[in-house]
Design a protein around this ligand. Structure first.
Ligand SMILES: [Fe+2]
Length: 232
């Protein structure tokens, strides 16, 4: 399994506080059968220059990789990029994609999206070799209308859903509907720590039917060929 969305790098954001917490999160992921973890710390353009973000991320990854033990999931670097105006023309968009792929994990505002915002997403999506993946898609549903979702899918924008949605009775039915309607392409734990927001991707996968799991496996193979070794 691939966990596409985590805050597992030590000291980067509001996720893991230190290397030992990161290791505990990786151990919990491995125990659930996760073979590859994308480390996707928050990137806020208003607070961080891309240069500074990337150098902090490299430093945090180096500290974690130095402490990795055999049997833990592989680590790939990425970012959860918060929407900002001008992102489609940013010279840094490619550097913020998931390592070795053209997938950019994008967090949109929790409010109705304006035409301007959608246009920005479309321009980003149209960059050669880049595919937008909306982070925790389930969180935006109540603010957007059906037309917006149809448009986004038509543009080729992909969606990531948080694994915990499939574990909580309040959100489970809606998450299953999204998955079966072809509107979920990836799951991510969006884990931040070991207490309030631990990794639960494997747990969620176990709660899916074989058919539902198959939808996700097909998406991983189709949209993440670069990481296919870990998907086997
Ligand atoms: Fe996140």
């Amino acid at each position: 399994m691939i966990d596409l969305h985590t805050h597992i790098l030590p000291g980067m954001d509001d996720g893991s506080r230190d290397v030992s917490e990161s290791l505990a999160m990786l151990e919990a992921s491995a125990a659930q059968g996760v073979g590859l973890v994308a480390a996707t710390p928050h990137f806020y353009a208003e607070e961080n220059s891309p240069e500074r973000f990337l150098s902090r991320r490299a430093e945090a990854a180096q500290r974690l990789r130095a402490a990795l033990r055999p049997g833990l999931p592989e680590l790939r670097l990425g970012a959860e990029v918060h929407y900002f105006e001008g992102m489609a023309r940013s010279e840094w968009a490619d550097a913020l994609c998931l390592e070795g792929t053209g997938l950019l994990l994008l967090e949109m505002p929790f409010a109705p999206w304006t035409e301007r915002m959608l246009q920005e997403v479309r321009e980003l999506q149209n960059r050669p070799g880049l595919t937008v993946v909306l982070a925790h898609v389930e969180r935006y549903c109540r603010w957007q209308n059906k037309k917006t979702w149809v448009e986004l899918l038509n543009w080729g924008v992909l969606n990531q859903c948080n694994a915990t949605c499939f574990l909580q009775w309040r959100t489970r039915r809606a998450a299953l509907e999204l998955l079966r309607a072809g509107r979920v392409h990836f799951l991510g734990s969006d884990c931040h720590n070991m207490d309030a927001r631990p990794p639960r991707l494997g747990e969620a996968m176990l709660r899916l039917t074989a058919g539902d799991r198959d939808i996700l496996l097909k998406c991983w193979r189709r949209f993440l060929p670069e990481w296919k070794e870990a998907v086997r």
